[in-house]
Design a protein around this ligand. Structure first.
Ligand code: IPM
Ligand code: MN
Length: 371
């Protein structure tokens, strides 16, 4: 398969982690005989610096004309410390999601067996947890009308949803549940919000097409509690934009590090793959950022194109890295491995035909043949 992939590294640790994802994809290309061609473009704070625009026209055009987008991270303290800044890095990502029509954001949550002790939550609670959050990504309060009165004393953000916006993401979530444990939990605030009541009506209607999937409902405040109280109860969680943003960061605690969580953002014709973590500016250039979320996002990209064997190989490589403790310091405070070394291990594992080479005593990190 030939794929043209837009690589939007973005800010902070984005360039470092995306490089590791590229290495993994390059290795997959060599082993499975595919050609992945990357085209780099600016987005976020770096794009503002270069062009004054967080999503330059050129970047958007590239994304509209490639098979998929691999996204790094976005954000810079300069803007975080100045919430009044009119032009902001995040606008680049939001405009990109909207322009590409990426209405469904898919975030899988599953702790690795060897990392059960890395979570601040008790092992007995998180063991066996395995669920996916389907977050609506182009509607709701993120994109509703924003107002501020002239005196700057009253502000509002409109939360708006249409039946169509709810329907299309719901179908994807139900289909996913059909291929899993056949349970879908819709998370809302239907005791207070009109939009949530619409969500419930529409999701109930969509559910008629999926009689094999059990549907239940949770209010978001309760869901926030249930996720850390008993995460095993969930299979597929479906929710609106803002609730999904908040719940997925919370759920990352189950896995031990937000540096492990990947996501796919899908539309009708476009797809973007990105870690759920931010730009982690304090770590920029230090070779300490965890590249696994970015590498796993590349695996989700492979799955999206039906390259399941290839994706499996990437998952296996990541599992080995974790099993052998070839991880960054967020997972092992004494780790002597950095972003690059984890990326090299994963790429080398993919390239290696002989698993035995990867016996722990034999690991010679930094000798990748493809860097
Ligand atoms: C995410 C991020 C973004 C969001 C920010 C960077 C705008 O937190 O992808 O979860 O809120 O959607
Ligand atoms: Mn977020």
């Amino acid at each position: 398969m030939n794929l043209k992939i837009a690589a939007l590294a973005g800010d902070g640790i984005g360039p470092e982690v995306i490089l590791q994802a590229k290495k993994a994809l390059h290795a997959i290309g060599l082993v499975f005989d595919h050609e992945f061609v990357f085209e780099d473009a600016f987005v976020g704070a770096i794009a503002i610096e270069k062009t004054g625009n967080p999503l330059p026209e050129q970047t958007l055009n590239l994304c509209l004309n490639t098979d998929a987008v691999l996204f790094g991270a976005i954000g810079d303290p300069k803007y975080d410390n100045n919430p009044d800044a009119k032009v902001r890095p995040e606008q680049g990502l939001l405009k990109l999601r909207k322009s590409l029509g990426l209405f469904a954001n898919i975030r899988p949550i599953k702790p690795y067996a060897s990392l059960l002790n890395s979570s601040p939550l008790k092992k007995e609670i998180i063991q066996g947890a395995d669920f996916i959050i389907f977050r609506e990504l182009t509607g709701g309060v993120y994109f509703g009308e924003k107002k501020l009165n002239e005196a700057g004393t009253i502000a509002s953000d409109l939360c708006e949803y249409s039946e169509e916006e709810i329907t299309r993401v719901s179908h994807l979530a139900f289909k996913s549940a059909q291929n899993r444990r056949k349970k879908l939990t819709m998370v809302d605030k239907a005791n207070v919000l009109e939009t949530s009541r619409l969500w419930r009506r529409v999701v109930k209607k969509v559910s008629e097409n999926y009689s094999d999937v059990a549907l239940d409902f949770l209010f978001v405040d309760n869901a926030a509690m249930q996720i850390i109280l008993n995460p095993r109860q969930f299979d597929v969680l479906l929710t609106e934009n803002l609730f999904g943003d908040i719940l997925s960061d919370e759920a990352s605690v189950i896995t031990g590090s937000i540096g492990l969580l990947a996501s796919a953002s899908l539309g009708k014709t476009n797809a973007l793959f990105e870690p759920i973590h931010g730009s982690y500016p304090q770590a920029t250039g230090k070779n300490i950022a965890n590249p696994i979320a970015s590498i796993l996002s590349a695996a989700m990209l492979l799955e999206y194109f039906g390259l399941n064997k290839e994706a499996k190989k990437v998952y296996e490589a990541v599992e080995k890295a974790i099993e052998y403790n070839v991880v960054t310091e967020d997972l092992n405070t004494d780790s002597k491995f950095g972003t690059n070394e984890v990326g090299d291990f994963v790429a080398n594992f993919i390239l290696s035909k002989d698993d035995l080479y990867f016996k722990i005593d034999n690991i010679k990190i930094g000798q990748s043949t493809i860097v």
